[in-house]
Design a protein around this ligand. Sequence first.
Ligand SMILES: C[S@@+](CC[C@H](N)C(=O)[O-])C[C@H]1O[C@@H](n2cnc3c(N)ncnc32)[C@H](O)[C@@H]1O
Length: 280
Amino acid sequence: MGDYRLIDSGYFKKYEQIGGYRVIRPSAQAVWRSNRDPSTWEADAEFTRGSFGDGKWEFRNKIPASWMIQIHGISAIIRLTDFGHIGIFPEHHSWFAMQGAIEKQLAKDKPFRLLNLFAYTGTVTLGASQGGAHVVHVDASKTSVAWARENAEASSLGDKPIRWIVDDVQKFVQREIKRGSKYQGIVLDPPSYGRGAKGEIWKIEDHLIPLMDDLAQLFDDDFGFLQLSAHSQGYTPIAIQNILASYLGSRGGSFSSMEMTVQDETMRHLPSGACAQWFL
Ligand SMILES: C[S@@+](CC[C@H](N)C(=O)[O-])C[C@H]1O[C@@H](n2cnc3c(N)ncnc32)[C@H](O)[C@@H]1O
């Protein structure tokens, strides 16, 4: 997968190659034995979590503040954040269904408008933009949206039709309904818990269904793609597909649902959340 590789995993940790650097991070899903003894993992940095959900990076070698990698034709800037994130979620980097839906619409000489919610540093936005979509990218974090714009510049997509919005997803969607906006595709990757741009609370169990009710009002007549992914307990592939089916079941089309994974060098899959897609 471009310059990203999962080298090994096990004992609740994962060992990753990200461009020229290797890191170890916690992974609650890596409940097995690693292929190699973790004491032989030669990482440049390791992130460990404290008992209060906090954490810290321990550096064994010098690492730059940021560096660039290539992943599916996108340039992504990597930074080791205080939360133990790196700026990409490799499990999200399968864009075939989304790009297929975009292609279908463009072949009819019609534009494809994609709404990307909880859009983080924008790799999915850039995958869609590369496929020819007009994208509205929404995230509550100014830092993440600025990072996404840097990724767009680095990927030579800085001049493409992408609207960058720092806002609470729920408020933005309600405004879009009032404006009468319509979309051909929607992608959303809601966290279990989050905060909007003005501190608005997001709890997946309380707010996802009301958000989906609102999103259904943004479907255009030629709406062709919806992807919902989650990393929260209870949100299994089938559960997520059931959510999509209750809004899209009557439109025909196909559903697919899958456990998202990242494969290591021995083809072992590290579970990394669940996803369902609907496409015409
Ligand atoms: C799990 S990440 C999304 C990962 C992304 N889809 C990817 O693959 O790169 C969750 C994102 O949701 C954003 N977020 C959380 N609550 C939000 C809210 N109420 N409104 C808008 N964005 C929110 C966070 O700032 C964060 O960037």
